[in-house]
Design a protein around this ligand. Structure first.
Ligand SMILES: [Fe+2]
Length: 227
């Protein structure tokens, strides 16, 4: 493999890259389905290049790690903190997290026309925790705007209560032992605030991206995550 090819292998699985155990599912809608709120070019690169690279690097990290390679992505998340090898732990944290987070992100979004509103049971929980849907949105957007550098904002269930948290890089609330204990829980909603999620269309205007993003939240999918 030449240097140029090797450099590119981080963005697209080369012929010599392991094909599994994890794979990139297609987007659950067309890349232009979220326009004008999230543009097709951003979606295409975000899914086809960035997410694909996390999957490729996760598979690479899991080569010769048969016990970890046999776990589902969900089962892997809380196990990462216990991985002794520091380089492997970091690779799993960044790329396993990247794969898990983006898989959820695609699935809690959808075309604006089908976005709807939170279900009655979810709205009751939101009102109970934050006072109103508007107050929740404001607090969630605030967490997303204030995440320094790259990371995510989350709505989680923790001990039966809803809570807003944010994580750096590709950490997520399932990574027990890696994220602060008070930020661990079951994710209901997530928002990617890495620049790769919005820079093409919104440049430095993260707050504008977040305002527009509410239009493409698939509330039905969020409700299903309540169980
Ligand atoms: Fe991303």
């Amino acid at each position: 493999m030449g240097a140029a090819t090797a450099a590119f292998a981080g963005f697209a699985r080369g012929a010599d890259a392991p094909a599994g155990p994890h794979s990139l599912a297609p987007l659950p809608y067309a890349p232009d389905a979220l326009e004008p709120h999230i543009d097709a070019a951003t979606m295409g690169i975000h899914h086809g290049k960035h997410h694909a690279a996390y999957v490729a690097k996760l598979n690479e990290a899991l080569q010769k790690q048969s016990a970890l390679a046999g776990k589902t992505l969900d089962a892997l998340m809380p196990q990462i903190a216990g991985v002794e090898d520091a380089a492997l732990r970091t690779a799993l944290r960044n790329n396993g997290g990247g794969h898990w987070n983006h898989t959820m992100f695609w699935n809690i979004m959808g075309p604006a026309a089908k976005a709807g509103q939170p279900s009655a049971r979810l709205l009751a929980k939101i009102n109970g925790a934050f006072g109103s849907l508007d107050a929740f949105k404001k607090a969630f957007a605030d967490a997303a705007v204030k995440r320094f550098g790259s990371g995510w904002a989350w709505l989680i269930v923790r001990d039966g209560d809803l809570k807003i948290v944010s994580t750096p890089n590709q950490d997520n609330p399932l990574m027990k032992g890696l994220v602060p204990d008070e930020d661990a829980g079951t994710p209901l909603l997530c928002l990617d605030v890495w620049e790769h999620a919005y820079y093409l269309h919104y440049q430095n205007r993260r707050a504008d991206y977040i305002s527009a993003w509410w239009n493409v939240v698939n509330w039905e999918a969020v409700d299903r995550r309540l169980g």
